[in-house]
Design a protein around this ligand. Structure first.
Ligand code: BGC
Length: 880
C-alpha cells in the first residue's frame, strides 16, 4: 500500500505555484523501485518508467511543461523487495505560473485615506500616542461588487485574488474558501501572494456577483513595534481574475477593472492591532447577490499598476484551526471577564440573544489578569487596543466574530451583553500547518512545557513567523533563527518557512544586509535610518543569520535541497556583509534579554546592557557560525570552490576570535554564560582549552545558583553544550530547575505559552507588561525531542536516525514521535524496577542506531524493543 501522496508537501494542493513540483509518498514496505506518471486528462506528460531506488521524498517533476490554471493527476507505483507493486493516484492543480497570466487591473475604491501615523520607538516607550478618537483615525472597510454574466454554468471556475490590505471574497454570497486574512503578510513591494479558490459550485448561468470586503490589514493598518499605520500605503486596493471553463472547452476570464463598484458597509473600522468595529445595522442586505441595486455605490479607480510582484501563494493559508470554550466567567463592575484557559492568537465569537437594535457590545483582550483577578492589560503602547465592538441589528439571536483582526489573549472583558458560558468561544487563528509531533512524559509539568511551546508556535505561525501575536507581530529573524528546529518537530513547516524566506530574500539590501525582521516596510527602513540607539539596529548578529540557519534546519529535518538552492545566493550576500566594518562595528542586539544583564537599572536602560556587552562578540561568533553553515550548504549543492572558500574564511576568523577573546586559561573576555555557550557551540575554542572553557561555564552556572543566564542567541545551545562537554547532570538540573529564571518556573506559575520574559509573573509583584506568547525561549522543546526522547535525524530528512534517549533524566517514562517526510519515527521508554525498556518504531526504508548509556545497537524499520539492565541506570529525580 502507498499512502500520504503529497505534492510540494501538501495533500492534493489546490494550486501549486511551481513548474517543477516535487512528489512524495509513504509506502508501507521497503521500496526497491518506483514509477511516477503525471497526466492531464488523457494526455500523459511524464512517465519515469521503473526507477530503481528507495527514495520516496521530494522527487522533482521532469516531464512536459505544466500549464497555468490546470488540473493534473499523478500516479505512483512502488515495488517492494519481493517484486510486488502497489500504486496510488492523486490530483493537483497549478496556479497562474507565468508573469503574463496576471492581466487584470488593480481596483482602488474611493476611500478616505487612512491617517498616516508614524510613531517612533521613543513615542512607544513614552506612551506619546495619538490624541484623536479612534473613529476619526481609522476608516471603514470597503465593499466591492462586480456583476458578470455567464452563458451557461461552468464546469470549472477558479478565482485568483489578492489585495493591498486583507480581504474576504464571495461568489454569489458563498464565501470563497475558508481562509482568513488573505493574502497574508508579504514584503508587498517585492512580492504579493495571490490566492486561488475553487468556486465552481458557486457560479452559475446568467448573472453572477463577486463580492469582496477589503480592510487595511498589514498594508495600511497599524503594525510593528511602534504601531505606525500606512507602512506600505494609505489606500487599499484589490485584484482578481475569475477563470471559467465550459463543457465545450471554451474559457472566459472575468477580471477586476473599471466595472467594479464600491461602498462602505457594516465595518466602521477593522485594524489588526486596534480591533474591529462592526455595526450590523449597516449591512447592505443582499449586496453579495445578483439583483442588488448598487447605483448609489461609487465606481472604483482601475490601474494597471505594476503586476510583476504577483506570485502564487504557497503553503497553508491562515484558517480557524481550533475553538476553545470559555472555562470561567466572572461578572464584575467593569464587565464580564471570561477565561479561555489558554493564551492564543485569534478572536472571540459571541452568540447574543434578544438584542436591541444599536445595542453595543465591546470585547477587550489580554493575556493575563492582575493577581486579584482584576483586569490587567499586558500589552501596552500605541495602537495596541485589541478591542472589538459589535453593534447589534436587533433580534432573537445574533452571532458575531470579527473578520479582519486578531488578538493575543487568554482573557476577554466583555460589556454590553448578557452572556452565558455557552455563548462565548475563542477561535484560534493560525497558518493551518499539519501537526507532526507528540511528546508526553510521566511528569505533567514537562508535558505542559512542551504544550506551551506548541501553543506559542501556533500563535506565532500566523502567515509569517512572528515574535509575538499581540504586540509587534513582526517577522523577527532572530526569534525564528532560534526556534526553527523545534518548529520542525511540531508541525510541517517547510512550505511556510520557505515562503517567509522568499520574503526575507526580497528584503535583503544590495549590500547583502538581511534585516532584523521581514517583511520590512518602506516605513521601517526610513525610521531605522533616522533613529539612534537600539532603534537604529538594522542588521544584527544572530538575527540576519536566519537566512542560513533556517534553510539549513529545513535541509536537515526535511532533506529539502531546493530551499538551499533558493537561498544560497542570499546566504553568500549575508556572509559578505558579515565581513564588512558596517557589520562588525555596527549595533547588535547581542545575547538579548540575558537575565543578569537586565538586573542593572531600570528596564528601558537595562535592555541596552546585553547589546553593549555582547554585541561585538556575537557579531564575530555568528560570522564564523554562518561561514560554517554556508560552507556546508555550498558542499551539498556541489559548489566546491565556495565551500572551500567559506571553510577557509571560517578557519581564519576562528583563530582570530580565539586570539582576541580567549585567554590561556580558556576564559572569555566577557564573563557571561551565553558567551561561553556560543563559543563552545560554534567550536571557537581551541581543542586544548575546550574542557577548561566548559568548566568555566559550569562555574558561571553555579554562580547563578544552577540557573540559566543565557539570552535569545545562546539559550538554544546551553543544554547541548553542557551535555556534550560531560556535564549532563547540570544540563538536566537546568532543564528541570523550577526557580526563576527557568522553564518550569513558568509552568509552575500558570504559563500556557512560552513567555518573553522569565520574570513576567513573580509572586507578590505586579505582573510585567510583556508578551506571554514568545516562542524564542521555547527552543528548548527541540531538546526535549532530541535529548529526552532521543529522536535525531542523522541524515537529512531522517533518512537515517540516531535514537539516543536520556534514561537518566529523572522521568519514569517518555512517549514521543515525529511524523517525518519518511513516516513516523516513534520512541517510547519506560523505567521500572527491573531496568528500562526502550521501544523504537521506524518507518519502512529508515534505519539507524540506538544509543543507550554508551552502547550502540543497530535499528531497522519496524518496531524494536530493547531492555536495559538496571545496573547502568542512575536514579535522578525531576526537580532535584
Ligand atoms: C521583539 C523580539 C525581537 C527583539 C529584537 C523585541 O521587541 O519582541 O522578540 O527579537 O525585539 O531585539
Amino acid at each position: 500500500m502507498i499512502r500520504d501522496l503529497r505534492v510540494e508537501y501538501l495533500r492534493a494542493p489546490g494550486a501549486i505555484g511551481t513548474r517543477v513540483p516535487r512528489f512524495s509518498w509513504l509506502p508501507d514496505h521497503e521500496q526497491t523501485a518506483y514509477r511516477l506518471r503525471v497526466a492531464r486528462g488523457d494526455d500523459e506528460l511524464w512517465d519515469t518508467g521503473r526507477v530503481t531506488g528507495s527514495n520516496t521524498v521530494l522527487i522533482e517533476y521532469a516531464g512536459a511543461p505544466l500549464e497555468s490554471d490546470a488540473d493534473y493527476t499523478w500516479t505512483v507505483w512502488s515495488w517492494d523487495a519481493a517484486g510486488a507493486a502497489s500504486s496510488a493516484s492523486h490530483a493537483f492543480s497549478t496556479a497562474l505560473l507565468e508573469a503574463g497570466d496576471y492581466r487584470a487591473d488593480w481596483v482602488t475604491p474611493v476611500q478616505r485615506p487612512t491617517a498616516v501615523e508614524e510613531w517612533t520607538l521613543l513615542d512607544w516607550i513614552t506612551g506619546n500616542g495619538p490624541k484623536t478618537p479612534i473613529d476619526e483615525r481609522l476608516r471603514p472597510v470597503q465593499l466591492l461588487r462586480q456583476e458578470f454574466s455567464l452563458r451557461e454554468a461552468p464546469v470549472r471556475a477558479r478565482l485568483y485574488a489578492t489585495a493591498r490590505g486583507v480581504y474576504t471574497a464571495w461568489a454569489n454570497g458563498t464565501r470563497a474558501g475558508d481562509e482568513h486574512l488573505s493574502p497574508g503578510f508579504d514584503a508587498y513591494a517585492h512580492r504579493t501572494c495571490v490566492q486561488s479558490f475553487d468556486v465552481t459550485t458557486a457560479v452559475t448561468a446568467g448573472v453572477n456577483v463577486l463580492g469582496l470586503a477589503l480592510a487595511d490589514g498589514w498594508w495600511a493598518g497599524r503594525i510593528g513595534i511602534t504601531g505606525s499605520s500606512a507602512q506600505w500605503g494609505d489606500a487599499t486596493s484589490a485584484w482578481w481574475q475569475l477563470h471559467v471553463a465550459f463543457a465545450d472547452g471554451r474559457t472566459q476570464v472575468i477580471t477586476s477593472g473599471a466595472g467594479v463598484r464600491s461602498s462602505t458597509g457594516p465595518w466602521r473600522h477593522a485594524d489588526l492591532f486596534v480591533g474591529e468595529h462592526y455595526d450590523a445595522r449597516a449591512e447592505p442586505e443582499g449586496w453579495r447577490l445578483p439583483g442588488y441595486d448598487d447605483t448609489e455605490w461609487k465606481p472604483v479607480a482601475a490601474t494597471d499598476a505594476d503586476l510583476s510582484m504577483l506570485v502564487p501563494f504557497t503553503g497553508a493559508p491562515v484558517r480557524r484551526v481550533d475553538t476553545l470554550h470559555a472555562v470561567s466567567l466572572d461578572s464584575r463592575k467593569d464587565g464580564v471577564i471570561v477565561d479561555f484557559g489558554q493564551v492564543i492568537a485569534g478572536r472571540v465569537r459571541l452568540r447574543l440573544r434578544d438584542t436591541a437594535p444599536g445595542q453595543t457590545v465591546t470585547i477587550e483582550h489580554t493575556e493575563l489578569l492582575a493577581p486579584d483577578g482584576s483586569w490587567f492589560q499586558n500589552i501596552t503602547g500605541i495602537n495596541k487596543e485589541q478591542t472589538d465592538v459589535y453593534v447589534a441589528a436587533g433580534g432573537e439571536w445574533e452571532e458575531w466574530e470579527p473578520e479582519f483582526t486578531f488578538h493575543g489573549f487568554r482573557y476577554a472583558r466583555i460589556t454590553g451583553a448578557q452572556l452565558g458560558l455557552d455563548d462565548i468561544v475563542a477561535v484560534v487563528l493560525a497558518s493551518d500547518l499539519e501537526p507532526t509531533g507528540a511528546f508526553t512524559t510521566s511528569d505533567a509539568r514537562v508535558n505542559r512545557l512542551h504544550e506551551n511551546a506548541v501553543w506559542s508556535q501556533r500563535g506565532n505561525f500566523l502567515s509569517i513567523p512572528t515574535d509575538c501575536p499581540q504586540r509587534e507581530r513582526a517577522g523577527w529573524t532572530g526569534d525564528i533563527q532560534v526556534f526553527a528546529p523545534a518548529a520542525t518537530n511540531n508541525a510541517q513547516v517547510a512550505p511556510f518557512l520557505a515562503r517567509w524566506l522568499a520574503n526575507l530574500r526580497a528584503d535583503q539590501t544590495p549590500a547583502g544586509g538581511i534585516p532584523i525582521f521581514s517583511p520590512r516596510s518602506p516605513y521601517d527602513v526610513r525610521s531605522a535610518a533616522q533613529a539612534t540607539g537600539i532603534g537604529a539596529v538594522q542588521f544584527a548578529a544572530g538575527w540576519g543569520d536566519a537566512i542560513a540557519s533556517v534553510p539549513w534546519t529545513l535541509w536537515q529535518r526535511y532533506g529539502d535541497r531546493r530551499v538551499l538552492e533558493e537561498n544560497i545566493d542570499a546566504i553568500c550576500g549575508w556572509v559578505a556583509y558579515q565581513s564588512t566594518d558596517a557589520y562588525l562595528d555596527g549595533h547588535h542586539f547581542g545575547d538579548w534579554l540575558a537575565p543578569s544583564t537586565l538586573e542593572q537599572g531600570p528596564h528601558h536602560e537595562a535592555i541596552g546592557v546585553a547589546p553593549a556587552l555582547t554585541g561585538r562578540l556575537c557579531a564575530e561568533m555568528f560570522r564564523v557560525r554562518t561561514l560554517d553553515v554556508a560552507s556546508r550548504i555550498a558542499a551539498v549543492l556541489g559548489r566546491d570552490a565556495s565551500a572551500a572558500e567559506f571553510a577557509q574564511a571560517a578557519a581564519s576568523a576562528r583563530h582570530a576570535f580565539a586570539d582576541a577573546h580567549i585567554d590561556p586559561e580558556g576564559r572569555l573576555d566577557v564573563s557571561l554564560q551565553g558567551m561561553y555557550v556560543l563559543a563552545l557551540a560554534f567550536d571557537l575554542v581551541p581543542e586544548q582549552l575546550r574542557q577548561r572553557t566548559a568548566d568555566h561555564l559550569v562555574g558561571l552556572v553555579h554562580e547563578r545558583g544552577d540557573r540559566l543566564d543565557t539570552g535569545f542567541l545562546s539559550v538554544p545551545y546551553l543544554l547541548d553544550v553542557l551535555w556534550d562537554t560531560g556535564h549532563a547532570d547540570l544540563a538536566r538540573r537546568l532543564l528541570w530547575q523550577s526557580e526563576m529564571p527557568s522553564w518550569l518556573y513558568q509552568v509552575d506559575h500558570g504559563a500556557t505559552t512560552i513567555w518573553e520574559a522569565w520574570d513576567a509573573v513573580v509572586d507578590g509583584r505586579a505582573p510585567r507588561a510583556v508578551s506571554l506568547n514568545h516562542y524564542a525561549f521555547g527552543c528548548v522543546d527541540d531538546v526535549l525531542f532530541r535529548r529526552i526522547a532521543g529522536i535525531r535525524s542523522a541524515e537529512p530528512g531522517y533518512a537515517t536516525v540516531e535514537i539516543a534517549p536520556d534514561l537518566d533524566c529523572g522521568l519514569a517514562h517518555v512517549d514521543a514521535h515525529v511524523d517525518t517526510v519518511r513516516g513516523r519515527v516513534a520512541v517510547s521508554w519506560k523505567k521500572g524496577e527491573h531496568g528500562a525498556t526502550v521501544t523504537v518504531t521506524l518507518p519502512p526504508g529508515v534505519r539507524g542506531s540506538l544509543r543507550v548509556d554508551g552502547s550502540v545497537r543497530p535499528l531497522s524499520a519496524g518496531t524494536s524493543r530493547y531492555d536495559v539492565a538496571p545496573d547502568i541506570q542512575r536514579e535522578k529525580a525531576v526537580g532535584s
